[in-house]
Ligand binder design. Structure first.
Ligand SMILES: NC(=O)c1ccc[n+]([C@@H]2O[C@H](COP(=O)([O-])OP(=O)(O)OC[C@H]3O[C@@H](n4cnc5c(N)ncnc54)[C@H](O)[C@@H]3O)[C@@H](O)[C@H]2O)c1
Length: 253
């Protein structure tokens, strides 16, 4: 089998694929033969679906707020009904909180960030695992962050949420390792996506974000996508409950 077709016939569910890392991953999965279902709050996802179809692939968009249990349950059910199965899932939707010191962080901002970045991943895992265990197997990748392993200053809700994603990955990963479902996470460093764009355009903030990155640049979304595809593939058949760091050397520094 050529690498270009290694996901032929597979069905992949991706959240947060209207832009950035999720979009790059959706396009790469589709290039390699997968059928892609996108769950996102943003209707721009339709453009990604169209791009996949224009290249001869199959894709569908279900508008979903990942912090809403009914909507996430429906996303999993609709994906399975539409394509007949789900082989892989990439739980990637996320938001950044306002930059603020711990003391200045509002309770509302904390709740909002946790609802999407942590509860959203919990809900996706819950319903995907339920489906995959009953179906006999599958593979799931969550998007954590280097902020799930070290603390970035002035982003306490995000740091808490992403540490939680690393924890959920371990918890789900060990519980379902013997039931044919592998659960892993990626922990990207600074990545040039709409989420980080505004900050990267300000030279002072850019220096703060990239200054301690040995690679001296942000990651391209496609560089994160490659690791997601590896972890989702059978090549990673003995990789379970792990968080893969893709950070240009940042946290080893
Ligand atoms: N860009 C970075 O530097 C960086 C670094 C580490 C981790 N991450 C993580 O990568 C993931 C993707 O982020 P990105 O950088 O590609 O940003 P992005 O803003 O381009 O993508 C985020 C996606 O999530 C979707 N989304 C937001 N809230 C949602 C909700 N409630 N329900 C459903 N979808 C929702 C958005 O519509 C968008 O499509 C996030 O989890 C983020 O925390 C990003």
């Amino acid at each position: 089998m050529t690498q270009e077709q290694d996901f032929k016939g597979k069905v992949v569910l991706i959240t947060g694929a209207a832009s950035g890392i999720g979009e790059a991953t959706a396009l790469k999965f589709a290039e390699r033969g997968a059928k892609v279902a996108i769950g996102d709050i943003n209707e721009e996802s339709n453009k990604v679906v169209q791009q996949i179809k224009d290249h001869g692939g199959e894709a569908v968009f279900f508008q979903t707020n990942v912090s809403n249990p009914e909507e996430v349950k429906a996303l999993v059910e609709q994906t399975a009904a539409h394509f007949g199965k789900i082989d892989c899932a990439f739980n990637n939707a996320g938001v950044l909180p306002q930059i603020a010191s711990f003391i200045d962080t509002t309770v509302e901002e904390f709740d909002k960030t946790i609802a999407v970045d942590l509860k959203g991943v919990f809900l996706c895992l819950k319903y995907e695992l339920e489906y995959m265990v009953q179906a006999g197997g599958g593979s799931i990748v969550n998007t954590a962050s280097v902020a799930g392993l070290i603390a970035d200053p002035d982003m306490s809700p995000y740091v808490a949420a992403k540490h939680g994603v690393v924890g959920l990955t371990k918890a789900a990963g060990i519980e379902y390792a013997d039931k044919g479902v592998r659960v892993n996470a990626v922990a990207p460093g600074v990545t040039a996506t709409p989420l980080a764009k505004e900050k990267l355009e300000d030279p002072e903030i850019r220096e703060e974000m990239i200054g301690n990155v040995p690679a001296d640049r942000a990651a391209k979304p496609e560089e994160i996508a490659e690791t997601v595809l590896y972890l989702s593939s059978d090549k990673a058949s003995y990789v379970m409950a792990q968080t893969y760091v893709i950070d240009g050397g940042q946290i080893a520094h």
